[in-house]
Design a protein around this ligand. Structure first.
Ligand code: NAG
Ligand code: NAG
Ligand code: NAG
Ligand code: NAG
Length: 394
């Protein structure tokens, strides 16, 4: 064998090994970058260094946080990266109590990534108890625990989020993000601790998830196309809410929402669509809510197009009515108990009546001794079959 072909074979083997190593991915353990697991030492720069090297590694890479407690300030983990990134949390991350360490009102943020995965059986502990008392101040915003911005084809699975300072998770400008088997928990009286807020995103999935919190379990903001939500348990909390919509000129349509096999328990609202009374034009269309169980929910089904938290002056008075169109919304196979007598509350817009509403196989009973009833305002030609309490009969 000549030395030329020997060199050729060696190069080939080296190349092959390199390809195997790269495709199997490499793990970057934050402890190797100086992270301390005492829950007091600031691990922000250690985690960021691990992320930076992992991102620059020419292959798939995992940033790993083994069991232990990691205290940190705001961490922005950005792509694009060389290979597909995974962030695996088996420990407990804790957000510092020092609010000056969150200049952008995020705690942990993942952004500009494709095929990203957030996984592990660890917990993101926002340490919100230290700031909730201040949240009541009007106009002040507190950090979101986990922010996903501009992610494509990504997955969030298994992890737990607890006691966020404000929202637990925010999905923003994402395409095909799946959230599966996640647990979110904060006390019922914690302020503004929405579970998952989704806006400006396409094809978002939320499945097999438990949310107990102080505000909306899931809130769906403006400009979303394709939301698939199934097997979610919510409560306590404020329910699953679309809106408030229409406040800003840039607010665009929310379409193709499919929500099924969910249970809401002791929430203030069940299924809610909320639009500003004084609003810009946009449309909510093609929503289906199916196979839902409600237990002791205050407002099980509510469409509120008269939202005007700041009183008459800000809404232009009674003559103003919402410019948000609500079209083709189906509620079927929904049953349970209502804490308020009015189990179904439809307050649609006078200038844009709700169109294409379908109600099938619905049964609510009042938790007390009252007979459950409903309201029906500005609903054009609803299709109603087998619904208790009776709906839109006059
Ligand atoms: C996500 O997909 C969009 C549309 O295909 C593309 O413009 C964008 O660059 C992608 N983002 C990343 C981080 O790959
Ligand atoms: C969602 O889809 C719309 C319409 O195709 C597109 O304009 C928009 O950029 C997409 N958004 C994201 C975040 O991919
Ligand atoms: C309505 O949404 C569903 C997904 O929930 C989608 O499959 C269907 O194509 C949409 N229908 C229309 C008319 O856009
Ligand atoms: C619903 O029932 C409650 C309690 O009986 C009653 O106070 C309320 O006026 C009723 N509302 C409607 C819209 O019938």
């Amino acid at each position: 064998m000549g030395s030329l072909s020997f060199n050729y074979i060696v190069s080939f083997i080296v190349l092959l090994l390199w390809a195997v190593v790269v495709s199997a991915g490499k793990t970057f353990n934050v402890k190797d970058y100086g992270a301390k697991t005492d829950g007091r030492t600031d691990c922000t720069s250690a985690i960021l260094s691990a992320w930076k090297e992992a991102c620059e590694f020419p292959g798939d890479a995992t940033v790993y946080l083994p069991p232990g407690k990691y205290m940190s300030a705001m961490i922005m983990m950005s792509g694009p990266c060389q290979g597909d990134m995974t962030f695996r949390l088996d420990g407990a991350m804790r957000g510092t109590k020092d609010l000056s360490k969150f200049p952008r009102n995020n705690w942990v943020a993942f952004q500009f990534l494709s095929n990203f995965k957030l996984t592990g059986n660890g917990v993101f502990d926002g340490m919100g108890r230290s700031t909730w008392a201040q949240n009541k101040r009007v106009g002040k915003v507190f950090p979101t625990s986990i922010q996903f911005t501009s992610l494509n084809d990504s997955l969030v699975e298994g992890i737990r989020s607890k006691n966020a300072k404000m929202f637990h998770m925010m999905v923003y400008r994402c395409s095909k993000l799946k959230i599966d088997k996640v647990t979110i928990q904060a006390p019922a009286n914690s302020p503004n601790t929405d579970g998952i807020h989704v806006s400006l995103s396409n094809d978002t999935q939320i499945t097999n998830t438990n949310i107990r919190t102080g505000d909306d379990c899931i809130s769906i903001g403006q400009t979303n196309r394709g939301l698939y939500i199934s097997d979610v348990r919510c409560g306590p909390g404020h329910g699953i809410s679309v809106g408030s919509l229409g406040k800003f000129e840039d607010d665009k349509d929310v379409t193709d929402l499919y929500l099924k096999n969910c249970e809401l328990s002791r929430t203030t609202n069940g299924l809610r669509i909320k639009t500003w009374q004084k609003s810009y034009q946009m449309t909510c269309s093609n929503f289906t809510y199916e196979n839902i169980i409600m237990k002791k929910v205050f407002n099980p089904i509510i469409i509120d197009q008269e939202y005007c938290p700041n009183g008459v002056g800000k809404c232009g008075g009674k003559s103003t009515s919402s410019q948000v169109k609500i079209v083709d919304v189906t509620f079927k196979n929904i049953k349970g108990t209502s804490e308020s007598p009015t189990a179904i509350n439809l307050l649609c817009s006078q200038s844009n009546p709700c169109k294409g509403l379908v109600f099938r196989n619905i049964d609510f009973k009042h938790t007390g001794s009252a007979v459950a009833n409903s309201t029906c305002l500005n609903v054009a030609n609803p299709k109603i079959s087998n619904v208790q309490p009776p709906l839109c009969q006059n």
